[in-house]
Design a protein around this ligand. Sequence first.
Ligand SMILES: [Zn+2]
Length: 436
Amino acid sequence: VSISKTITDFATLAIQAGGWMELDRIYLQNRLLAMIGEETMVPTAPSKVSTSSQELLAELVHRAQENGVVEKHPEQLLIFEAQLMDFLTPPPSVVNAFFAKHYDKSPEEATNYFYELNQKNNYIHSQAAEKMQTYTALTEYGELEMMIRPISNKAHQQAYPKCELCMENEGYAGRENYPARTNQRIIRMNLDGESWGFHYAPAAYYNEQAIISAERHQPMTLNRETFRRLMRIIEVLPHYFVGAEADLPLSSEENVTHEHYQAGRKEFPLAKAEMIDYFELADYPLMNAGIVKWPLPVIRLQSPNQEDLVSAGTEILNKWRAYSDNEIQMQAMAPDGTLQHTLMSIARRKELLYELDLVLCDSSPKHRSFEQASFLAKKQLGLMEVMGTAVISEALEEITNRSAVGQQFLQILAQAAPFEPSAAGQAAFKRFIASL
Ligand SMILES: [Zn+2]
């Protein structure tokens, strides 16, 4: 294929993406020529493009390398690729307008549009995701999942952008030890009068893995507003789950520096786990409340009324923060006075009901089993692990069988649980429930 044809096709895809018009074609082609270090092309009539954007990109990059305009250093290459793919990505205001237009038809159409855009422009590294292996292990709590995947290097932080979740990444070129974001776009989402940013995770672990991050760089908080926002998000995106990490670092500082929620189109093992014990909350006669059969203590609330879930969630959170139980040496406060009880919350729609899972967590040293577990690639107890999906370090791939790894993961979760799965632990959990 001639480079002229490649450039023409790439310009055609750029116009089809909606950021440019046919009138822009000559300009676009000349910009592409300059970027790959070519001086001339043979104008060819545009025709239907049958080559994928990734293949066209590879041809452009190859020619740029031959011409010596881009270094072979992998980081430089990624920065250059993102700049080329930026042509296939309309500006943020236009992407937001397209999203809104699709949303008028259905929320699903809107996320389909945005997800496809992020795949076509290579923002989501789908090739990496395809290489990822997932397998399951059957346990007494149902199937747990394990993914074998290398963890990407942590970006080197400077004053700008403050972190990878900040809005100021949108369009950022990238630099040494910091990823290229030229082709990133963020959907502005209004949650109770506050502006939040909705975008997809570039290195996704699961289907349509999305992040909704605060407009300002501020630490994770957990309060009534959190539950209200989770409810708003599943109202706006009813086909997604959404979850909030704990507001305390559970063995690592990661995840708590910039307020955000994780969302996506996946049913995690926890979502499939059943409620085993129902209890009543006096103030909410219409609510279903119960304990979930799970290695960590999980309270599940179901109601058609969002506001009831917000209030009940807040009450349980406040009770848990201050809760001590001497019988099992559980203290709300560490000897130095810091609070150590927190929770992770996950919200989802179940037909007409809203469902809120509250996973009780304890940041005291005896529950930090994740730090020591050598087979886990992530050393902190995060939302994904709590929902039953472990990311396993690559080295383990050949050496162990899946059920052994599944049992190990289960043990780690049980050690992280403030109420152990043992009879004494479960009795203590019931005492907490009775205090509600
Ligand atoms: Zn930030």
